[in-house]
Write a protein that binds this ligand. Structure first.
Ligand SMILES: Cc1cc2nc3c(=O)[nH]c(=O)nc-3n(C[C@H](O)[C@H](O)[C@H](O)COP(=O)(O)OP(=O)(O)OC[C@H]3O[C@@H](n4cnc5c(N)ncnc54)[C@H](O)[C@@H]3O)c2cc1C
Length: 391
């Protein structure tokens, strides 16, 4: 094999790219010649991943924190949701990047290039990846480079942004209960959108506090700052604190088709490959599971279709449509969901593991008319709608 030729090319060394490398290095394909093309150094803590699981993930050594219960809050109620057998777990981006980069540094067959990918396509059964500096040839590629928001999409499809600003703060007083995050705190003005606070307590006086919005457009930097600081002051009742880190994120929540493959030998993974659950934005656990599954399929020499459960895709579309069109106040919908159902059943539902009988139980707790309207729209609408392309 020539210097610039590889068995596997991985475009993007973020969550999915590195998860794939990790599983490849623990498989019978561990000796394959692997190339990762990533434009960033990935030496910053650029994000925090949370997910729930009741199983071992193999990443226990880099868990920053895990919790057995979470709190749901609205203006009138505070409910503690006991998650057992699930745990809500948190991994910091930097710990994950360092963990996999260490595995890579111990292998001579894996190359990391810090270059910007310009194109990735297939020709004559080979894949060609061209960066700003050179072209590489590979047998198979996995692409995790984030997609741009399309300019227009079918009116049957939905596209919302989940955007959030967070501070890791250190408080003077002991303001937090380190055993219990706030999963959703709806004691904030909804402004006709979905808006809530999110608190991940690390100790009694340190936490990541975020202000999250689901909407079509982003805000200005100043607007996030005001919303977050007001939330800390007025809802959390904290006046004396120091900011020790910051986080900003945008996650597309969409049911547009994100094909797992649009070129022979090039597979889309991560958010690009549809691993973000459209109705929640949670992605990381799907990346864990799907990358592991992909490598198992590669070991058998064949990647057939990645699971695409039509029932849950339909539920995601309806839920997104109800939120996007504000058919019912979002804080009321989430209150119905979290206050009327067993939390373990909600997590099972969000993990897409519930039976039809369990689905009906959950769906019947939600407001009937808006969800019926959402279902009708999802089934019968046609045409296209234009979207702004600022993300
Ligand atoms: C701040 C933040 C917090 C999040 N928190 C959670 C959470 O708590 N739970 C959860 O489930 N999900 C969360 N998500 C959503 C999701 O898990 C992450 O976005 C996850 O990182 C997606 O993985 P990915 O591999 O698809 O994309 P990324 O991790 O973004 O990886 C893509 C990589 O491609 C690189 N790249 C882009 N363009 C090029 C190019 N032209 N050439 C070379 N490299 C390029 C980027 O630098 C990046 O490293 C969060 C997202 C963000 C942004």
């Amino acid at each position: 094999m020539k210097a610039n030729e590889y068995d596997i090319i991985i475009a993007g060394g973020g969550a999915a790219g590195l998860m794939l490398v990790h599983h490849l290095l623990h498989s019978i394909l561990a000796e394959s010649k692997i190339l990762i093309i990533e434009k960033e150094k990935k030496d910053q803590n650029d994000r925090t991943w949370c997910f729930w699981t009741k199983d071992k993930t193999g990443f226990e050594d880099i868990l920053y924190k895990n919790w057995e219960k979470v709190i749901f809050k609205n203006n009138s109620t505070t409910k503690t949701l006991h998650l057992s057998p699930y745990k809500y777990q948190m991994i910091r981006g930097i710990d994950f990047y360092q963990f996999v980069k260490k595995e890579i540094s111990e292998r001579e067959n894996v190359t990391w290039v810090n270059e910007e990918l310009k194109s990735l396509d297939s020709q004559n059964n080979f894949v060609f990846a061209t960066t700003d500096k050179q072209t590489f040839r590979g047998k198979t590629a996995f692409n995790s480079i984030p997609i741009k928001k399309p300019a227009n999409i079918s009116s049957r499809k939905n596209y919302l942004l989940q955007h959030f600003k967070g501070y890791v703060i250190k408080t003077v007083e002991n303001n937090f209960d380190p055993t219990t995050p706030f999963l959703m705190d709806f004691r904030v003005d909804q402004q006709g959108e979905t808006r809530f606070g999110y608190v991940l307590p690390f100790s009694e006086n340190e936490a990541l506090v975020e202000f999250t919005i689901f909407s079509e457009n982003l805000l200005t930097e100043e607007a996030y700052k005001i919303l977050l600081e007001n939330y800390i002051r007025h809802q959390l009742d904290i006046n004396d604190y120091r900011i020790i880190d910051e986080e900003f994120g945008v996650i597309p929540m969409t049911d547009i088709d994100l094909p797992e493959k649009n070129d022979p030998n090039i597979y889309n993974v991560g958010t690009r490959g549809g691993m973000t659950k459209a109705s929640t934005g949670y992605t990381f656990k799907n990346i864990m599971d799907e990358c592991k599954g992909l490598v198992q399929k590669l070991e058998k020499g064949r990647i057939d279709s990645i699971s695409n459960n039509k029932k849950f895709r339909f539920f995601d579309s309806v839920f997104l449509h109800v939120l996007e069109k504000n058919l019912h106040p979002a804080d009321k919908i989430f209150s119905d969901l979290f206050l009327k159902n067993d939390p373990r059943l909600i997590l099972k539902f969000l993990n897409e593991k519930t039976s039809l009988r369990e689905d009906i139980g959950i769906l019947s707790s939600l407001p009937t008319i808006p969800f019926l309207k959402g279902a009708m729209y999802t089934i019968f609408s046609t045409g296209t709608k234009n979207l702004s392309t600022d993300f």
